[in-house]
Design a protein around this ligand. Structure first.
Ligand code: TYD
Length: 216
């Protein structure tokens, strides 16, 4: 089973990833958690290039290709072998992030970004994807509570408030576009409590395994 979590920055997905990992381990499942960008030695090196604020001259095209390179390595080194080995693989962000952030957020050509993802992920398509949806104002609220030094390059790339709003609006539109298109994506209201969100995640997963069981 391959599960991914998506959403705008500060939507709370990393907390949900940890809770789900705990839940699955408690239920005697073999679990591997990865984060994007990152998750392998090579991908973590690419992550630091991507998120380092000194790289403020990075072209959008470079950004897209670095995310793709990091992902290609993670898929081949960890994700595909782990799925084959019957692990539950949980990824904090995956290819949908590139469609939302690079195609919609950065205005790169969507057809190409989608084609690139197909090349990169091979047949590692998530069984289910949780899109934790929070309003843009909430992203900015939560961001303002974090020290500037703790923000990464992407979070600080548009320093003007109105530009930030515009960027996250486009990224959210990207997620809504994907939600319409892909049945595997489940939207969860990110303004619910941590526990409520976790319970919804478990419910969706239970439904999915029941359905999968029926197919056999
Ligand atoms: P992440 O580590 O998930 O940050 P956070 O936990 O704060 O959400 O992701 C880092 C940044 O990289 C985040 O701003 C989203 C961005 N990103 C993309 O733009 N494209 C991608 O394909 C991925 C995986 C992430």
């Amino acid at each position: 089973m391959f599960i991914t979590f998506e959403g705008l920055d500060f939507c709370g997905k990393s907390t949900q990833v940890k809770l789900l990992e705990k839940y699955l381990i408690k239920n005697n499942k073999k679990v591997i958690v990865v984060r994007e960008p990152g998750g392998t030695k090579i991908s973590e090196q690419i992550r630091s290039i991507l998120l380092d604020k000194v790289n403020d001259k990075m072209a959008d095209e470079t950004e897209l290709l670095l995310f793709a390179a990091s992902r290609a390595q993670l898929v081949r080194e960890i994700i595909l072998p782990s799925i084959k080995d019957n692990y539950y693989v949980i990824s904090d962000r995956f290819h949908d992030s590139s469609i939302a952030y690079q195609a919609f957020g950065r205005n790169l050509p969507i057809d190409f970004v989608i084609r690139l993802q197909k090349f990169v992920i091979n047949n590692a398509i998530p069984d289910i994807t949780f899109f934790i949806d929070i309003p843009i104002e909430e992203v900015l609220n939560r961001m303002s509570r974090v020290k500037e030094s703790q923000l990464d390059r992407i979070e600080t790339s548009d320093n003007i408030y109105s530009k930030k709003i515009e960027f996250y609006k486009k990224v959210r539109e990207g997620y809504l576009y994907l939600l319409e298109k892909e049945e595997r994506i489940k939207r969860i209201d990110g303004m619910l409590s941590i526990e409520e969100i976790h319970n919804l995640v478990i419910k969706y997963l239970e439904n999915l395994t029941v359905l999968k069981g029926d197919e056999r």
